[in-house]
Design a protein around this ligand. Structure first.
Ligand SMILES: Cc1cc2nc3c(=O)[nH]c(=O)nc-3n(C[C@H](O)[C@H](O)[C@H](O)COP(=O)(O)OP(=O)(O)OC[C@H]3O[C@@H](n4cnc5c(N)ncnc54)[C@H](O)[C@@H]3O)c2cc1C
Ligand code: FES
Ligand code: FES
Length: 493
């Protein structure tokens, strides 16, 4: 087996002697690259953000910012990363390196005080700086306000502030950071990281990395993965590691045998067929968002509300469904879309409607050794859709309650209603009684108020530190009233 290595700031570096669960953050810091900081070790602050070269959506390679505190370094065998130190370019011997344009703007616009968060901010900013379609939305001349999509969250240079939604700053305040983000120009032609986008990203290396603490395996194919899972019933499956990484860091969970599925080609397809869309379970949420580009409006509404850009750059649909969490954000949406899961093991595949998948708190019909290979969404899509996530913060927060609607309304009458709920029972559920209360009825205030009463009695919401059961129930009813208020004119016109 070839020695596991990672390219850091252009230099190939052996991963050994890191343990299989060692994070990229600890690996870097152990090698003196202390620009990458630990703030929280659970994906919340972005102080650990670094850039990874991944297969691109619009170019052969995208520079993608990820939370180094969550990703095991063994998972980046054969891959390339850039840290805040690597963004600056070396000058003449004896002179200081030249700052990268995002570092320069942060410095001159006062975007850094104590500096603890700054390396993470500049890495997230650099990923957005290199996003291939960013400059397509930039303003020209002096007419900045007329730029396509230029608003409080998008700069005249096309910079999307949501790219920084996973980065926290305690002392500077966000105004100067925003000023720096909105001031960066386009990469120059001789910019080495811009040029790097034109070549393919590194292929995922088939890896078997064993130390005293355990083994990290990246199989080369789905067939190899399901065979290993049959041979090793104790194996822990990992995709983007945004849930697993928190378990390792905060709850000290360890696994003797980890099987990584995030780069399996069979789990990374996205196909639009005549009667369904199939999304590979190991596509990251950012990839799905950019590849579908609004084709499934309910998913397009979900993504910006799901965690932060940093988390979405690693998190997968397979991982969100694999946890079986009753407060995951994708299940309500996928329930409303009537999605099915393609499950695969060493004996073959089977397709299970998501509505039949969850069987209890964090339990499902998925058998030991079975992987979620893909999610299938039937076509055509219902035209009236909405995703309402009720959480304490607008971004980067877990839902207290989540409600997804998909309605067919023809001639003012609800022909079909599908409603998915999260956070109100031990599993994500369909609001079947509410669907029945709407179907065949006119989409008018009387129907909606009566159905809202039914909706707020659905599920068995609990009280916890996020919300009381009464609040959760009330939010369900409000959610339907809100949908009606937002759509009644469009539907009746
Ligand atoms: C700061 C932060 C914010 C978050 N915010 C949100 C949020 O807003 N909404 C939300 O829903 N979640 C949120 N999460 C949770 C997490 O990001 C999601 O659940 C994510 O989708 C997990 O995907 P992953 O690929 O990282 O999973 P991993 O951590 O790699 O795996 C999670 C679980 O899924 C299993 N698994 C992974 N892939 C498969 C597969 N193909 N087949 C079978 N099992 C599989 C693994 O065995 C593991 O048990 C947040 C997490 C963090 C750290
Ligand atoms: S250390 Fe806070 S997100 Fe990684
Ligand atoms: S500059 Fe101090 S935390 Fe951001």
């Amino acid at each position: 087996m070839v020695e596991a290595r990672i390219t850091v700031n252009g230099k190939s570096t052996p991963i050994s002697p890191a343990a299989p669960q060692t994070t990229v953050l600890d690996f870097l810091r152990d090698r003196g690259l202390t620009g990458t900081k630990e703030g929280c070790a659970e994906g919340e602050c972005g102080a650990c953000s670094v850039l990874v070269a991944r297969p691109g959506v619009n170019k052969p390679t995208d520079w993608v910012a990820v939370n180094a505190c969550l990703v095991p370094v063994a998972s980046l065998d054969g891959q390339e990363i850039v840290t805040s130190e690597g963004l600056a370019t070396a000058g003449e011997p004896g002179t200081a390196p030249a700052l990268h344009p995002v570092q320069e703007e942060m410095a001159v616009r006062g975007g850094s005080q104590c500096g603890y968060c700054t390396p993470g901010f500049v890495c997230s900013m650099a990923a957005e700086y290199y996003r291939p379609d960013r400059c397509a939305h930039a303003a020209t001349g002096t007419d900045a306000d007329a730029a396509d999509g230029h608003d409080a969250e998008h700069g005249p240079n096309g910079f999307d502030l949501h790219s920084l939604s996973g980065n926290l700053c305690r002392c500077t305040g966000y105004r100067p950071i925003r000023d720096a983000a909105f001031a960066v120009g386009a990469p120059t032609e001789d910019d080495p990281l811009a040029q790097r986008r034109e070549q393919s990203a590194p292929e995922p290396a088939a890896t078997e990395y064993t130390r005293d603490e355990g083994t990290f395996v990246r199989p080369g194919s789905l067939a190899d993965a399901v065979r290993l899972l049959r041979e090793r019933p104790d194996a822990v499956v990992v995709a983007g590691s945004t849930d697993w990484g928190v378990e390792v860091n905060i709850r000290s969970r360890r696994a003797d045998y980890v099987v990584a599925v995030d780069r399996l080609p069979e789990l990374r397809e996205l196909r639009v067929e005549s009667d369904h869309i199939e999304i590979g379970a190991a596509q990251t949420l950012t990839e799905i968002e950019r590849r579908l580009d609004g084709e499934v409006p309910l998913l397009a509404e979900l993504f910006p509300q799901f965690a932060s850009r940093l988390i979405r750059n690693s998190a997968t649909l397979g991982g969100n469904l694999g946890t079986g969490s009753p407060i995951g954000d994708s299940p309500p949406v996928l329930l409303a879309l009537e999605a099915s899961l393609v499950l695969a093991d060493a004996d073959g595949e089977r397709v299970v409607p998501l509505a039949d998948y969850f069987t209890g708190y964090r339990q499902s019909v998925r058998r030991p050794g079975e992987l979620i290979r893909a999610v299938r969404i039937p076509l055509p899509l219902s035209p009236v859709t909405a995703f309402h996530k009720i959480a304490k913060r607008r971004f980067d927060d877990i839902s207290s309650v989540a409600v997804a609607f998909a309605l067919d309304i023809e001639d003012g009458v609800v022909r079909k209603a599908r409603i998915g709920l999260g956070g109100v029972a031990a599993t994500p559920i369909r609001a079947l009684a509410t669907e029945a209360a709407l179907e065949g009825k006119p989409w008018v205030t009387e129907t909606v108020e009566a159905a809202a009463q039914v909706l707020q009695a659905q599920g068995t919401p609990m009280s916890d530190h996020r919300a009381s059961s009464e609040y959760r129930a009330a939010m369900l009813g409000q959610s339907l009233l809100k949908l009606h208020a937002q759509t009644r004119e469009a539907v009746s016109s």
